[in-house]
Structure formats: structure tokens, C-alpha cells
Design a protein around this ligand. Structure first.
Ligand code: TYC
Length: 109
């Protein structure tokens, strides 16, 4: 037996993997970004940011204008499943309302 802290609690056999040989990295986080377009109304984008990213109206308006003038803007940083759900929700809501609004996620390296 060993007191090596890199060994898992139930280790003891030579077949055990060192903890560092297993993927113990914390899960990656993902940035969710809104993209500008020429057609989606500004007030709709503000509503999207309030509804799906829990922003107050002032913050949502600031982010929307940032996207409008800069081309894209950060909505939030989330674990992968949550980021993917937010992207899907934004796309579904935009399509229901016939807007081309686009939303992407990318690993937060
Ligand atoms: N550019 C759009 C307009 O002038 C507004 C807009 C802002 C669209 C942000 C998309 O993600 C967006 N109506």
C-alpha cells in the first residue's frame, strides 16, 4: 500500500491507474455568444437576453447594443450541457418568431 495522494482511495493493486492517468480535469466551460444580423429587432434581442440569460433590462440592452455594434457579444459562460440548452432555446424562440437571430457556443480556453 502507498500513501501517494495521486492514488485513488481504493487503490492497492499494481493494475490501479494513477489519478493523473485518468481524466480528472474539471469540465470545460463554454461561452455563449449572440451574433448580429440585419433583421432581428433590437427589442426582441433584449427580450431573449432577459428570458434565457436572466438579465435585467438595462444589462440586456447593453449587451444587445454591444452585439449590434461589435458583431457579437457574450451572454454567459456555462457547463457544456447548459450552454447547449441556451443555444437551442434561443434558436427555437427566434425561429418561432421568424427571426434569423444566431447564437453560438465555444469552449472557454
Ligand atoms: N442589428 C439588429 C438591428 O439593427 C439588432 C440586433 C442586435 C440583431 C443583436 C441581432 O444579436 C443581435 N435590428
Amino acid at each position: 500500500m502507498t500513501t501517494n495522494p495521486n492514488r485513488l482511495p481504493d487503490s492497492g493493486s499494481d493494475l490501479d491507474l494513477l489519478a493523473e492517468e485518468i481524466d480528472l480535469k474539471p469540465p470545460s466551460l463554454y461561452r455563449v455568444l449572440l451574433l448580429n444580423d440585419d433583421y432581428t429587432p433590437m427589442d426582441f434581442v433584449v427580450r431573449v437576453l432577459q428570458r434565457f440569460f436572466a438579465m435585467d433590462r438595462e444589462t440586456a440592452t447593453r449587451i444587445m447594443l454591444n452585439v449590434h455594434y461589435q458583431g457579437s457579444g457574450l451572454c454567459g459562460v456555462f457547463p457544456r450541457d447548459i450552454a447547449a440548452t441556451r443555444v437551442d432555446q434561443v434558436h427555437a424562440f427566434a425561429r418561432q418568431n421568424q427571426h434569423p437571430l444566431a447564437c453560438h457556443m465555444e469552449e472557454n480556453t
